[in-house]
Design a protein around this ligand. Structure first.
Ligand code: SF4
Length: 412
Protein backbone atom coordinates (compact mmCIF):
# COMPACT_ATOMS: atom_id res chain seq x y z
CA UNK A 1 0.00 0.00 0.00
CA UNK A 2 1.41 3.44 -0.85
CA UNK A 3 2.76 5.79 1.73
CA UNK A 4 0.68 8.94 1.29
CA UNK A 5 1.77 10.92 4.33
CA UNK A 6 2.35 14.67 3.89
CA UNK A 7 1.53 14.96 0.22
CA UNK A 8 0.85 18.36 -1.26
CA UNK A 9 -2.25 18.48 -3.40
CA UNK A 10 -1.71 20.95 -6.23
CA UNK A 11 -3.72 19.81 -9.25
CA UNK A 12 -2.61 21.45 -12.48
CA UNK A 13 -4.31 24.74 -13.24
CA UNK A 14 -6.54 25.22 -16.28
CA UNK A 15 -5.10 28.69 -16.78
CA UNK A 16 -2.16 27.33 -18.77
CA UNK A 17 -4.41 25.45 -21.17
CA UNK A 18 -6.90 22.61 -21.31
CA UNK A 19 -8.12 19.88 -23.59
CA UNK A 20 -11.73 20.29 -24.69
CA UNK A 21 -13.87 17.20 -25.32
CA UNK A 22 -17.25 17.52 -26.97
CA UNK A 23 -19.55 14.51 -26.74
CA UNK A 24 -21.88 13.85 -29.67
CA UNK A 25 -24.44 11.22 -28.60
CA UNK A 26 -25.86 10.40 -32.04
CA UNK A 27 -25.16 7.38 -34.24
CA UNK A 28 -27.01 6.41 -37.39
CA UNK A 29 -27.10 2.81 -36.16
CA UNK A 30 -26.05 1.35 -32.81
CA UNK A 31 -23.30 -1.27 -33.04
CA UNK A 32 -24.13 -4.37 -30.96
CA UNK A 33 -20.83 -4.33 -29.01
CA UNK A 34 -20.99 -0.65 -28.00
CA UNK A 35 -21.93 0.53 -24.51
CA UNK A 36 -21.03 4.21 -24.98
CA UNK A 37 -23.52 6.94 -24.20
CA UNK A 38 -24.77 7.02 -27.77
CA UNK A 39 -28.11 6.39 -29.43
CA UNK A 40 -29.70 5.83 -32.79
CA UNK A 41 -33.18 7.07 -33.64
CA UNK A 42 -33.03 10.31 -31.60
CA UNK A 43 -32.29 12.64 -34.49
CA UNK A 44 -35.23 14.79 -33.34
CA UNK A 45 -32.89 15.89 -30.52
CA UNK A 46 -30.12 17.21 -32.78
CA UNK A 47 -31.34 20.82 -32.99
CA UNK A 48 -31.82 21.06 -29.23
CA UNK A 49 -28.49 19.37 -28.64
CA UNK A 50 -26.62 21.89 -30.79
CA UNK A 51 -28.31 24.79 -28.98
CA UNK A 52 -27.47 23.17 -25.61
CA UNK A 53 -23.79 22.53 -26.27
CA UNK A 54 -23.48 26.09 -27.53
CA UNK A 55 -25.06 27.30 -24.26
CA UNK A 56 -22.74 25.10 -22.25
CA UNK A 57 -19.63 26.22 -24.17
CA UNK A 58 -20.54 29.89 -23.71
CA UNK A 59 -21.18 29.32 -19.99
CA UNK A 60 -17.82 27.66 -19.40
CA UNK A 61 -16.06 30.31 -21.46
CA UNK A 62 -17.41 33.02 -19.14
CA UNK A 63 -16.90 31.09 -15.89
CA UNK A 64 -13.32 30.10 -16.70
CA UNK A 65 -12.43 33.50 -18.21
CA UNK A 66 -11.88 32.09 -21.71
CA UNK A 67 -8.91 29.81 -20.96
CA UNK A 68 -6.48 28.65 -23.66
CA UNK A 69 -7.51 25.41 -25.35
CA UNK A 70 -4.64 23.24 -26.57
CA UNK A 71 -6.66 20.40 -28.09
CA UNK A 72 -10.26 19.80 -29.13
CA UNK A 73 -11.74 16.34 -29.57
CA UNK A 74 -15.19 15.79 -31.04
CA UNK A 75 -16.08 12.25 -30.03
CA UNK A 76 -19.09 10.13 -29.45
CA UNK A 77 -21.11 8.78 -30.91
CA UNK A 78 -20.54 9.87 -34.44
CA UNK A 79 -19.68 13.56 -34.87
CA UNK A 80 -19.40 13.06 -38.64
CA UNK A 81 -23.13 12.16 -38.61
CA UNK A 82 -24.06 15.70 -37.54
CA UNK A 83 -25.12 18.08 -40.33
CA UNK A 84 -22.11 20.12 -41.45
CA UNK A 85 -23.75 23.49 -40.68
CA UNK A 86 -24.33 22.35 -37.07
CA UNK A 87 -20.67 21.37 -36.78
CA UNK A 88 -19.63 24.74 -38.19
CA UNK A 89 -21.80 26.57 -35.64
CA UNK A 90 -20.37 24.51 -32.77
CA UNK A 91 -16.83 25.30 -33.93
CA UNK A 92 -17.64 29.01 -34.11
CA UNK A 93 -18.96 28.93 -30.55
CA UNK A 94 -15.82 27.16 -29.36
CA UNK A 95 -13.67 29.80 -31.02
CA UNK A 96 -15.63 32.67 -29.48
CA UNK A 97 -15.80 31.12 -25.99
CA UNK A 98 -12.18 29.96 -25.56
CA UNK A 99 -8.73 31.02 -26.67
CA UNK A 100 -8.02 28.17 -29.06
CA UNK A 101 -4.26 28.21 -29.57
CA UNK A 102 -3.09 28.50 -33.16
CA UNK A 103 -1.40 25.11 -33.15
CA UNK A 104 -4.36 23.34 -31.48
CA UNK A 105 -4.96 19.76 -32.55
CA UNK A 106 -8.65 19.52 -33.50
CA UNK A 107 -9.79 15.92 -33.91
CA UNK A 108 -13.11 14.64 -35.12
CA UNK A 109 -14.23 11.02 -34.90
CA UNK A 110 -15.60 9.88 -38.19
CA UNK A 111 -17.58 6.93 -39.54
CA UNK A 112 -16.38 5.86 -43.00
CA UNK A 113 -20.02 5.73 -44.11
CA UNK A 114 -20.34 9.52 -43.68
CA UNK A 115 -17.38 10.64 -45.77
CA UNK A 116 -17.86 12.58 -49.00
CA UNK A 117 -15.54 15.12 -50.65
CA UNK A 118 -17.94 17.96 -49.85
CA UNK A 119 -18.22 17.03 -46.19
CA UNK A 120 -14.45 16.60 -45.90
CA UNK A 121 -13.96 20.12 -47.32
CA UNK A 122 -16.50 21.53 -44.87
CA UNK A 123 -14.88 19.79 -41.87
CA UNK A 124 -11.50 21.18 -42.88
CA UNK A 125 -12.92 24.66 -43.37
CA UNK A 126 -14.46 24.62 -39.89
CA UNK A 127 -11.03 23.94 -38.38
CA UNK A 128 -10.83 20.14 -37.94
CA UNK A 129 -7.22 19.13 -38.64
CA UNK A 130 -7.19 15.52 -37.46
CA UNK A 131 -9.54 12.63 -38.23
CA UNK A 132 -9.98 9.54 -36.10
CA UNK A 133 -11.82 6.98 -38.21
CA UNK A 134 -13.53 3.90 -36.78
CA UNK A 135 -12.55 1.26 -39.33
CA UNK A 136 -12.44 -1.71 -36.88
CA UNK A 137 -11.63 -4.36 -39.50
CA UNK A 138 -10.89 -4.81 -43.18
CA UNK A 139 -12.90 -8.04 -43.29
CA UNK A 140 -16.48 -7.62 -44.50
CA UNK A 141 -17.74 -10.68 -42.58
CA UNK A 142 -16.36 -9.30 -39.30
CA UNK A 143 -17.65 -5.80 -40.08
CA UNK A 144 -21.10 -7.33 -40.48
CA UNK A 145 -20.75 -9.21 -37.17
CA UNK A 146 -19.82 -5.89 -35.54
CA UNK A 147 -22.91 -4.23 -37.05
CA UNK A 148 -20.82 -1.62 -38.85
CA UNK A 149 -22.54 0.36 -41.61
CA UNK A 150 -19.59 0.36 -44.01
CA UNK A 151 -17.57 -2.20 -45.94
CA UNK A 152 -13.79 -2.58 -45.96
CA UNK A 153 -13.63 -1.01 -49.41
CA UNK A 154 -15.75 1.95 -48.31
CA UNK A 155 -13.42 2.51 -45.35
CA UNK A 156 -10.42 2.58 -47.68
CA UNK A 157 -12.17 4.96 -50.06
CA UNK A 158 -13.21 7.22 -47.16
CA UNK A 159 -9.63 7.37 -45.89
CA UNK A 160 -8.35 8.32 -49.35
CA UNK A 161 -11.10 10.90 -49.87
CA UNK A 162 -10.10 12.59 -46.60
CA UNK A 163 -6.43 12.55 -47.58
CA UNK A 164 -7.19 14.01 -50.99
CA UNK A 165 -9.26 16.74 -49.32
CA UNK A 166 -6.20 17.78 -47.31
CA UNK A 167 -6.29 15.93 -43.99
CA UNK A 168 -2.63 15.39 -43.15
CA UNK A 169 -3.24 13.75 -39.77
CA UNK A 170 -5.43 10.67 -39.88
CA UNK A 171 -5.84 7.93 -37.33
CA UNK A 172 -7.68 4.66 -37.72
CA UNK A 173 -9.16 2.41 -35.01
CA UNK A 174 -9.09 -1.37 -35.31
CA UNK A 175 -10.52 -4.07 -33.03
CA UNK A 176 -8.96 -7.51 -32.51
CA UNK A 177 -9.95 -10.60 -30.56
CA UNK A 178 -13.32 -10.84 -32.33
CA UNK A 179 -15.47 -13.98 -32.34
CA UNK A 180 -14.37 -16.22 -35.25
CA UNK A 181 -11.48 -13.87 -36.11
CA UNK A 182 -8.48 -15.89 -37.27
CA UNK A 183 -4.82 -14.89 -37.07
CA UNK A 184 -4.84 -14.67 -40.89
CA UNK A 185 -7.81 -12.29 -40.91
CA UNK A 186 -6.06 -10.07 -38.37
CA UNK A 187 -2.89 -10.14 -40.42
CA UNK A 188 -4.90 -9.10 -43.51
CA UNK A 189 -6.49 -6.25 -41.55
CA UNK A 190 -3.04 -5.06 -40.47
CA UNK A 191 -1.97 -5.20 -44.14
CA UNK A 192 -4.99 -3.09 -45.07
CA UNK A 193 -4.15 -0.51 -42.41
CA UNK A 194 -0.45 -0.31 -43.29
CA UNK A 195 -1.24 0.04 -47.00
CA UNK A 196 -3.32 3.17 -46.30
CA UNK A 197 -0.34 4.86 -44.61
CA UNK A 198 -2.24 6.44 -41.71
CA UNK A 199 -0.39 8.72 -39.30
CA UNK A 200 -1.72 7.01 -36.21
CA UNK A 201 -3.31 3.65 -35.34
CA UNK A 202 -5.30 2.68 -32.23
CA UNK A 203 -5.87 -1.02 -31.55
CA UNK A 204 -8.47 -2.25 -29.08
CA UNK A 205 -9.20 -5.77 -27.96
CA UNK A 206 -12.90 -6.53 -28.04
CA UNK A 207 -14.50 -6.19 -24.62
CA UNK A 208 -17.84 -7.91 -24.14
CA UNK A 209 -19.71 -5.19 -22.29
CA UNK A 210 -22.57 -6.20 -20.03
CA UNK A 211 -26.03 -5.38 -21.33
CA UNK A 212 -25.02 -5.09 -24.98
CA UNK A 213 -26.66 -7.24 -27.70
CA UNK A 214 -23.25 -8.84 -28.31
CA UNK A 215 -23.02 -9.90 -24.65
CA UNK A 216 -26.42 -11.58 -25.00
CA UNK A 217 -25.34 -13.34 -28.21
CA UNK A 218 -22.19 -14.64 -26.49
CA UNK A 219 -24.17 -15.70 -23.38
CA UNK A 220 -26.67 -17.74 -25.42
CA UNK A 221 -23.87 -19.35 -27.44
CA UNK A 222 -24.58 -17.65 -30.76
CA UNK A 223 -20.96 -16.45 -30.74
CA UNK A 224 -18.00 -18.04 -28.97
CA UNK A 225 -16.33 -16.31 -26.03
CA UNK A 226 -13.30 -14.47 -27.44
CA UNK A 227 -10.04 -16.37 -26.95
CA UNK A 228 -7.70 -14.29 -24.73
CA UNK A 229 -4.58 -16.18 -25.80
CA UNK A 230 -5.34 -15.63 -29.48
CA UNK A 231 -6.02 -11.94 -28.75
CA UNK A 232 -2.62 -11.66 -27.00
CA UNK A 233 -0.96 -13.24 -30.08
CA UNK A 234 -2.74 -10.71 -32.30
CA UNK A 235 -1.47 -7.85 -30.14
CA UNK A 236 2.10 -9.12 -30.42
CA UNK A 237 1.75 -9.58 -34.16
CA UNK A 238 0.55 -5.97 -34.43
CA UNK A 239 3.46 -4.72 -32.32
CA UNK A 240 6.04 -6.25 -34.62
CA UNK A 241 4.25 -5.46 -37.90
CA UNK A 242 3.66 -1.83 -37.00
CA UNK A 243 7.24 -1.36 -35.76
CA UNK A 244 8.54 -2.80 -39.06
CA UNK A 245 6.45 -0.23 -40.89
CA UNK A 246 7.65 2.88 -39.09
CA UNK A 247 5.02 3.19 -36.35
CA UNK A 248 6.23 3.86 -32.83
CA UNK A 249 4.17 2.49 -30.00
CA UNK A 250 3.72 5.24 -27.41
CA UNK A 251 0.85 3.85 -25.35
CA UNK A 252 -0.57 0.40 -24.64
CA UNK A 253 -3.15 0.71 -27.45
CA UNK A 254 -1.63 3.43 -29.64
CA UNK A 255 0.98 3.72 -32.37
CA UNK A 256 2.04 6.80 -34.33
CA UNK A 257 4.43 7.93 -37.01
CA UNK A 258 7.10 10.12 -35.36
CA UNK A 259 5.55 13.35 -34.08
CA UNK A 260 1.97 12.27 -34.79
CA UNK A 261 0.95 11.14 -31.28
CA UNK A 262 -2.54 12.19 -30.19
CA UNK A 263 -2.02 15.41 -28.24
CA UNK A 264 -5.53 15.26 -26.81
CA UNK A 265 -5.18 11.76 -25.45
CA UNK A 266 -1.78 12.67 -24.02
CA UNK A 267 -3.63 15.20 -21.83
CA UNK A 268 -5.64 12.29 -20.37
CA UNK A 269 -2.62 10.04 -19.91
CA UNK A 270 -0.60 12.82 -18.26
CA UNK A 271 -3.60 13.55 -16.02
CA UNK A 272 -3.74 17.18 -17.10
CA UNK A 273 -6.93 19.31 -17.05
CA UNK A 274 -9.70 18.86 -19.57
CA UNK A 275 -13.27 20.03 -19.94
CA UNK A 276 -15.99 17.74 -21.26
CA UNK A 277 -19.06 19.30 -22.84
CA UNK A 278 -22.26 17.52 -23.90
CA UNK A 279 -24.38 14.72 -22.40
CA UNK A 280 -22.45 12.44 -20.03
CA UNK A 281 -19.12 14.17 -20.72
CA UNK A 282 -16.52 13.95 -17.94
CA UNK A 283 -14.14 16.70 -16.84
CA UNK A 284 -11.03 17.08 -14.68
CA UNK A 285 -10.72 20.72 -13.93
CA UNK A 286 -9.97 23.04 -11.07
CA UNK A 287 -9.01 20.05 -8.89
CA UNK A 288 -12.40 18.40 -9.38
CA UNK A 289 -13.67 15.49 -11.44
CA UNK A 290 -17.24 15.81 -12.56
CA UNK A 291 -19.74 14.50 -15.10
CA UNK A 292 -22.61 16.01 -17.03
CA UNK A 293 -26.20 14.81 -17.19
CA UNK A 294 -26.03 11.56 -19.09
CA UNK A 295 -29.36 11.38 -20.90
CA UNK A 296 -29.32 13.48 -24.09
CA UNK A 297 -33.02 14.29 -23.69
CA UNK A 298 -32.56 15.47 -20.11
CA UNK A 299 -29.42 17.40 -21.05
CA UNK A 300 -31.32 19.23 -23.80
CA UNK A 301 -34.26 19.94 -21.50
CA UNK A 302 -32.01 21.43 -18.83
CA UNK A 303 -29.19 23.05 -20.79
CA UNK A 304 -31.23 24.09 -23.83
CA UNK A 305 -32.61 27.04 -21.85
CA UNK A 306 -30.64 29.95 -20.48
CA UNK A 307 -29.31 29.09 -17.07
CA UNK A 308 -27.78 31.08 -14.27
CA UNK A 309 -24.00 30.79 -14.14
CA UNK A 310 -22.97 33.00 -11.27
CA UNK A 311 -20.70 31.87 -8.46
CA UNK A 312 -17.16 31.85 -7.18
CA UNK A 313 -16.48 28.21 -7.98
CA UNK A 314 -17.04 27.47 -11.69
CA UNK A 315 -17.94 23.81 -11.20
CA UNK A 316 -20.41 24.56 -8.39
CA UNK A 317 -21.91 27.27 -10.61
CA UNK A 318 -22.58 24.63 -13.26
CA UNK A 319 -24.11 22.18 -10.80
CA UNK A 320 -27.27 24.16 -10.15
CA UNK A 321 -30.59 22.43 -11.01
CA UNK A 322 -30.46 24.34 -14.28
CA UNK A 323 -26.82 23.52 -15.14
CA UNK A 324 -25.23 20.60 -17.03
CA UNK A 325 -23.10 19.13 -14.22
CA UNK A 326 -24.81 16.20 -12.51
CA UNK A 327 -22.14 14.64 -10.40
CA UNK A 328 -18.93 15.82 -8.74
CA UNK A 329 -16.51 13.17 -7.53
CA UNK A 330 -14.40 13.67 -4.47
CA UNK A 331 -10.74 14.13 -5.35
CA UNK A 332 -8.00 13.62 -2.78
CA UNK A 333 -4.20 13.54 -3.07
CA UNK A 334 -4.39 9.73 -2.96
CA UNK A 335 -6.84 9.60 -5.85
CA UNK A 336 -4.89 12.16 -7.89
CA UNK A 337 -1.68 10.19 -7.39
CA UNK A 338 -3.30 6.83 -8.17
CA UNK A 339 -4.80 8.23 -11.36
CA UNK A 340 -1.54 9.88 -12.40
CA UNK A 341 0.20 6.52 -11.99
CA UNK A 342 -2.49 4.40 -13.64
CA UNK A 343 -2.73 6.61 -16.69
CA UNK A 344 0.95 7.52 -16.94
CA UNK A 345 2.05 3.89 -16.79
CA UNK A 346 0.07 3.26 -19.98
CA UNK A 347 2.61 5.40 -21.84
CA UNK A 348 5.74 3.76 -23.21
CA UNK A 349 7.84 6.50 -21.68
CA UNK A 350 6.15 5.83 -18.34
CA UNK A 351 5.96 8.20 -15.37
CA UNK A 352 8.83 10.63 -15.02
CA UNK A 353 10.28 10.82 -11.49
CA UNK A 354 11.00 14.51 -12.01
CA UNK A 355 7.47 15.36 -13.18
CA UNK A 356 5.95 13.38 -10.34
CA UNK A 357 7.98 15.27 -7.75
CA UNK A 358 7.17 18.64 -9.35
CA UNK A 359 3.47 17.86 -9.21
CA UNK A 360 3.18 16.27 -5.78
CA UNK A 361 6.12 17.76 -3.90
CA UNK A 362 7.45 14.33 -2.97
CA UNK A 363 9.39 11.66 -4.85
CA UNK A 364 7.74 8.68 -6.52
CA UNK A 365 10.30 6.47 -4.76
CA UNK A 366 9.15 7.88 -1.40
CA UNK A 367 5.45 7.27 -2.11
CA UNK A 368 5.71 3.82 -3.70
CA UNK A 369 8.95 2.19 -2.46
CA UNK A 370 7.55 -1.33 -1.86
CA UNK A 371 5.29 -1.32 -4.89
CA UNK A 372 8.09 -0.41 -7.29
CA UNK A 373 10.45 -2.95 -5.72
CA UNK A 374 7.85 -5.73 -6.06
CA UNK A 375 7.05 -4.85 -9.68
CA UNK A 376 10.77 -4.68 -10.54
CA UNK A 377 11.27 -8.10 -8.96
CA UNK A 378 8.40 -9.53 -11.03
CA UNK A 379 9.88 -8.03 -14.19
CA UNK A 380 6.71 -6.02 -14.87
CA UNK A 381 8.34 -2.57 -14.81
CA UNK A 382 11.74 -1.03 -15.48
CA UNK A 383 13.41 2.28 -14.73
CA UNK A 384 14.94 4.05 -17.73
CA UNK A 385 15.82 7.73 -18.23
CA UNK A 386 14.60 8.54 -14.73
CA UNK A 387 11.11 7.21 -15.48
CA UNK A 388 9.17 4.18 -14.29
CA UNK A 389 7.66 2.27 -17.20
CA UNK A 390 6.07 -1.04 -18.10
CA UNK A 391 8.40 -3.77 -19.33
CA UNK A 392 7.44 -5.83 -22.41
CA UNK A 393 5.94 -8.41 -20.05
CA UNK A 394 4.24 -5.69 -17.99
CA UNK A 395 2.48 -4.38 -21.10
CA UNK A 396 0.59 -7.67 -21.36
CA UNK A 397 -0.27 -7.54 -17.64
CA UNK A 398 -0.98 -3.83 -17.34
CA UNK A 399 -3.96 -4.19 -15.00
CA UNK A 400 -1.82 -6.04 -12.46
CA UNK A 401 0.67 -3.17 -12.48
CA UNK A 402 -1.97 -0.42 -12.27
CA UNK A 403 -3.66 -2.15 -9.31
CA UNK A 404 -0.43 -1.79 -7.36
CA UNK A 405 -0.77 2.00 -7.36
CA UNK A 406 -4.37 2.22 -6.20
CA UNK A 407 -4.13 3.51 -2.68
CA UNK A 408 -6.50 3.54 0.23
CA UNK A 409 -7.31 6.77 2.05
CA UNK A 410 -6.75 4.98 5.34
CA UNK A 411 -3.14 4.32 4.49
CA UNK A 412 -2.05 7.82 5.34
S1 SF4 B 1 -20.54 4.01 -34.35
FE1 SF4 B 1 -19.14 4.00 -32.58
S2 SF4 B 1 -20.20 5.10 -30.96
FE2 SF4 B 1 -21.73 4.60 -32.53
S3 SF4 B 1 -22.63 2.70 -31.83
FE3 SF4 B 1 -20.96 2.14 -33.23
S4 SF4 B 1 -19.16 1.88 -31.88
FE4 SF4 B 1 -20.73 2.98 -30.69
Amino acid sequence: MPNLVHIEHAPPSYVSGIGLYLHVPFCQTKCPYCDFNTYSGIEDQITGYVRSVQNELKGWGILLSHPPVRTIFLGGGTPSYLPTNDLENIHKTIQSSFKVVESAEITMECNPGDVTSDKAASWLASGVNRISMGVQSFDDGLLSLLGRRHTALEAKQAFRTLRAAGFLNQSIDLIYGLPYQSAEQWSDTLDGAIELKPDHISLYSLQIEKGTPLAVDVAVGKYPVPDDDLAADMYEEAQSRLAENGFQQYEISNWAKPGMESQHNLIYWLNEPYLGVGPGAHSWLSGQRFANLKSPRRYVTVVGNDYKIAGLDPVAAMQTPAGPVEQIDITTPAIDIAETMMMGMRLNKGVSYERFEQRFGVGLDIVFPKEVERLLRLGLVEITDNALMLSERGRLLGNEVFAEFIGDEDDS
